[in-house]
Design a protein around this ligand. Structure first.
Ligand SMILES: Nc1nc2c(c(=O)[nH]1)N[C@H]1C(S)=C(S)[C@@H](COP(=O)(O)O)O[C@H]1N2
Ligand SMILES: [Mo]
Length: 202
């Protein structure tokens, strides 16, 4: 009886669960506000700020190399889901078509619905980051960010913007929605970068 409830976590798995996180088998939906309903026909992704302005339409994304990704997903509210299977496009593949001013060091991720989150160019331009349009073989449901979301596996999932519609390139760090509201500017789960050290906004 006790053994059933207090089983030691499989060491192989516990190695993949950052401190203070608990595994979930489902896939909770974590959204601040309403779920935007965006068709692929109207969907657009805009490059703004310190870069040559550009607009990507759905067909442009579909024309890029399509790949499958398996990634762990860690929400700062303490649930983690391992081995989420996605299909989409590498950030680095899209960025091959973007001309960024060398003065840019930060990016603001923009979304339909107004959500924002900031990320450094170093954290964004990593091999394992991708835009996803498919989740476990099915079109990405709207509540999980369809038609297209960003996935940044090495940071807490609030950096994985749903309904993403643009990158704004910046010369210095600006804070996104949760980052202005007490969350850490970077959000690295293994270092438990959950909250800002600057809780009073000073
Ligand atoms: N546009 C947008 N993206 C967002 C959010 C949001 O509220 N709006 N929530 C973030 C948070 S806190 C998490 S944990 C993940 C949750 O993704 P899911 O709802 O697919 O599980 O999306 C992130 N991306
Ligand atoms: Mo989250």
């Amino acid at each position: 009886m006790l053994g059933k409830f207090f089983k030691k976590p499989d060491p192989e798995l516990s190695d993949r669960v950052p401190p203070g996180q608990y595994l979930t088998k489902g896939f909770p939906v974590l959204t601040y506000g309403d779920t935007p309903q965006i068709s692929t026909d109207e969907w657009e992704f805009k490059i703004t700020g310190l870069a040559t302005p550009a607009t990507f339409k759905w067909a442009d994304i579909m024309a890029m190399p399509q790949q499958e990704f398996t990634a762990d997903f860690h929400c700062v509210t303490r649930w983690s889901k391992l081995d989420v299977k996605w299909t989409g496009v590498k950030v680095l593949d899209l960025m091959k078509q973007v001309e960024v001013d060398p003065k840019a060091v930060y990016v603001m991720e923009h979304c339909y619905g107004g959500y924002t989150t900031n990320i450094s160019i170093a954290d964004l331009m990593r091999e394992e980051n991708f835009f996803a349009h498919t989740l476990f073989g099915e079109p990405l449901p709207a509540e999980h960010g369809g038609p297209l979301r960003l996935v940044v596996p090495h940071l807490y999932a609030w950096k994985s913007a749903k309904w993403i519609n643009g990158f704004e390139f910046l010369s210095e760090e600006e804070l996104g929605f949760w980052e202005r509201n007490g969350y850490h500017p970077r959000g690295e789960p293994w270092a438990e970068e959950r909250y800002s050290n600057n809780l009073f906004g000073l």
